[in-house]
Ligand binder design. Structure first.
Ligand SMILES: Nc1nc2c(c(=O)[nH]1)N[C@H]1C(S)=C(S)[C@@H](COP(=O)(O)OP(=O)(O)OC[C@H]3O[C@@H](n4cnc5c(N)ncnc54)[C@H](O)[C@@H]3O)O[C@H]1N2
Ligand code: MOO
Length: 391
């Protein structure tokens, strides 16, 4: 058995098959830039007004202008204006040739075809957005590794970039083992239970920007487990298996992985839940066998699988996804293992929830993550700070 920190260190050092690919901007949520991006154009691509008002050529002491035309957003006003003249202009509309300043409409009095204003309100160069003032064609606008946020998407669209390079997320297989497992909608007979792991992993993977997810299900039969692992390995970069990894007579996963020459990275971690966690590699393919109890699956996913997927996607902060917060109450931990506890953060404090058994999902109704009590710690006092991993 290895410690939680050793298991994480091993996973931080595995080579991941990271590839950059171009994808449509609209399909990039949850991912990270796989390369730098440069602007395809000057932005703005033309001088334009920042306000609704009047565009003119600035001169000292100016207090009256003659209106000779109008420039609206989307138009291509091109007429030259002369000193003493102005045009009615709207926000985002092209500046007329020669004009260098805009006065807001609130600052003027309109008298027929003229406007009058206080000379102090006509400020040279004011309210004009010049061509290229955001960026010039070819300028670097985002670095490789940048997280794709709504803000970054907006920037990409503004500079004309409709396809962006992203680190391709892994193709993932979810393989559910167990004779007792039925899917929602099926009738349960005695001894059977609903598949709680498959839907949880599926939703979680989708929320991480994983697009290609294969679902597999298998009974606890040696040959069937071997065969399905072979198919999952062939079709995925990352295989997530739930159940069948402990020491029971019908736990065939480890043996099947050995049969397929998957090299173990580790098996068994000093933690609860999720002690019989397995990780291994076959060439560049990664396999996790997550201990079947649903709390073990979720805790192991959050602590090990999620950071690996985030690293695969190019997130440099993948392994720092925790916050340190005080606990609301004293907590005793007699076991010499790292404990991950379903918990709820409210008012800046970690509330450890009741029902911590690995099979018991009731606290997932309110939990917004897992709190970590380190291996060597036996008692946490209220107010003491510990790590909390939000979903
Ligand atoms: N003699 C020992 N027995 C066990 C040990 C041990 O060290 N020695 N470890 C226990 C721990 S800790 C865990 S965790 C489990 C892990 O066992 P497996 O990975 O082999 O998982 P299964 O036996 O297949 O299932 C465990 C439990 O979870 C339920 N399950 C499985 N899949 C699903 C699913 N998709 N949705 C909902 N629930 C699921 C399954 O019915 C079992 O109740 O081993 C302990 N035993
Ligand atoms: O490690 Mo197990 O997850 O306690 O049930």
């Amino acid at each position: 058995m290895i410690s939680v920190s050793e298991a994480k260190r091993i996973l931080q050092n595995i080579p991941l098959n990271k590839r950059s690919q171009l994808i449509p901007l609209f399909e990039s949520e949850g991912l990270f830039l796989g390369d730098e991006v440069r602007s395809l154009m000057d932005v703005p691509s033309f001088d334009n007004s920042a306000m609704d008002g009047y565009a003119f050529i600035w001169e000292e002491g100016l207090k009256e202008l003659e209106i000779i035309g109008e420039s609206a957003a989307g138009g291509d006003y091109s007429q030259q204006i002369m000193n003493g003249q102005c045009i009615r202009i709207f926000t985002g509309a092209p500046m007329p040739e020669g004009a260098d300043s805009v006065i807001m409409q609130e600052k003027v009095e309109k008298n027929g075809a003229k406007i009058n204003f206080n000379p102090e309100d006509a400020i040279q160069g004011q309210h004009v957005r010049y061509q290229g003032s955001q960026c010039k064609k070819g300028d670097l606008v985002a670095q490789a590794g940048a997280k794709i946020t709504p803000g970054l998407i907006s920037l990409m669209a503004s500079v004309g970039v409709g396809e962006i390079p992203v680190f391709q997320p892994p193709k993932v297989s979810i393989l559910i083992t167990g004779n007792e497992i039925k899917n929602l909608g099926e009738i349960l007979t005695k001894g059977q239970i609903y598949n709680a792991n498959g839907p949880a992993l599926d939703i979680w993977l989708k929320s991480q920007g994983i697009r290609e997810i294969q679902h597999w299900q298998v009974r606890d039969e040696k040959k069937a487990v071997q065969d399905i692992i072979s198919k999952a390995l062939a079709q995925s970069d990352l295989v997530l298996i739930t159940g069948g990894i402990s020491v029971g007579d019908y736990d065939f996963v480890k043996e099947a992985l050995e049969f397929h020459q998957v090299e173990p990275l580790f098996y068994k971690v000093k933690q609860r839940p999720g002690k019989p966690l397995y990780a291994g590699m076959k060439k560049e393919k990664l396999v996790f066998a997550l201990p079947g109890n649903p709390a073990s699956v979720l805790s192991c996913f959050l602590n090990y699988v999620k950071p690996v997927i985030e690293s695969w996607k190019g997130n440099s902060m993948a392994w720092n996804s925790f916050v340190e917060l005080p606990v609301s109450d004293d907590f005793e931990k007699p076991i010499p293992l790292t404990q991950f506890l379903k918990a709820n953060v409210e008012d800046g404090k970690i509330h450890i929830l009741s029902g911590q058994e690995s099979f018991n999902l009731i606290s997932f109704g309110t939990a917004n993550g897992f709190a970590e009590i380190p291996e060597e710690t036996t008692f946490i006092k209220a107010g003491q700070t510990i790590k909390f991993y939000p979903w």
